[in-house]
Design a protein around this ligand. Structure first.
Ligand SMILES: *[C@@H]1O[C@H](CO)[C@@H](O)[C@H](O)[C@H]1NC(C)=O
Ligand SMILES: *[C@@H]1O[C@H](CO)[C@@H](O)[C@H](O)[C@H]1NC(C)=O
Length: 187
């Protein structure tokens, strides 16, 4: 019994010590010239370099919210899917020093996930292609886009498919994998 209690005490100390040693959440200061560069390329996808005026409008709508928990802002989640996570994160860090490093940004808000997948969200249903199409067109509409993507097929191949390729979860994407993509894909 004594040894059980002493190992609990040791365990408690270890946990306390690791909490104390936990690294501070990383703040990021982006150099102003880098910011000017990223601002020029708003609407240009980080990896394909394809320009979409509609995506630019969604990204401007994201930046207008000047959020810190950027994955709690619908236009920012949408902007990440069309423009890339890397530039959306950096652009937000440029305007707001409280936006943490990619991996430390708070998780995707469940309310946004629910907006994407609907009432089955608490049951853990994944994002389907149709869910994504509805979500991104909804975000473009909310951003008052005037020049829409030329076809839904472009939206699927240029924006949805690369996320599927990264998550490797088949034809749909569960919450956890989409949240990981937002934080770690550097896309
Ligand atoms: C965004 O918020 C930050 C932090 O509160 C503030 O310093 C900055 O001026 C704001 N930027 C804009 C464009 O509103
Ligand atoms: C879109 O237009 C509506 C109506 O004019 C306006 O209230 C809203 O703020 C606009 N949205 C953006 C992101 O500019």
């Amino acid at each position: 019994m004594l040894s059980t209690w002493s190992s609990i005490a040791v365990f408690t100390q270890l946990v306390a010590a690791s909490v104390l040693r936990a690294p501070p959440q990383a703040r990021v200061t982006v150099d102003p010239l880098t910011c000017v560069g990223y601002e020029k390329y708003i609407g240009i996808n980080d990896k394909t370099f394809a320009y979409s005026p509609a995506c630019a409008d969604v990204t401007f709508a994201c930046l207008a919210q000047n959020g810190t928990s950027i994955w709690s802002h619908q236009p920012c989640v949408a902007a990440a899917t069309c423009q890339g996570t890397e530039s959306v994160i950096i652009l937000n860090q440029c305007q707001n020093p409280n936006v943490l490093a990619a991996g430390d940004i708070p998780n995707l808000a469940f309310t946004i996930y629910t907006n994407i997948v609907g009432s089955c969200a608490p049951d853990g249903c994944p994002i389907t292609q149709q869910n994504y199409i509805d979500f991104i067109y909804g975000a473009m509409s909310a951003a008052n886009v005037t020049e829409w993507p030329s076809s839904v097929n472009d939206v699927i191949t240029q924006w949805w498919q690369p996320i599927l390729d990264w998550t490797a979860t088949g034809d749909t994407i569960p919450y956890t994998n989409f949240n990981d993509w937002l934080h770690w894909s550097n896309s």
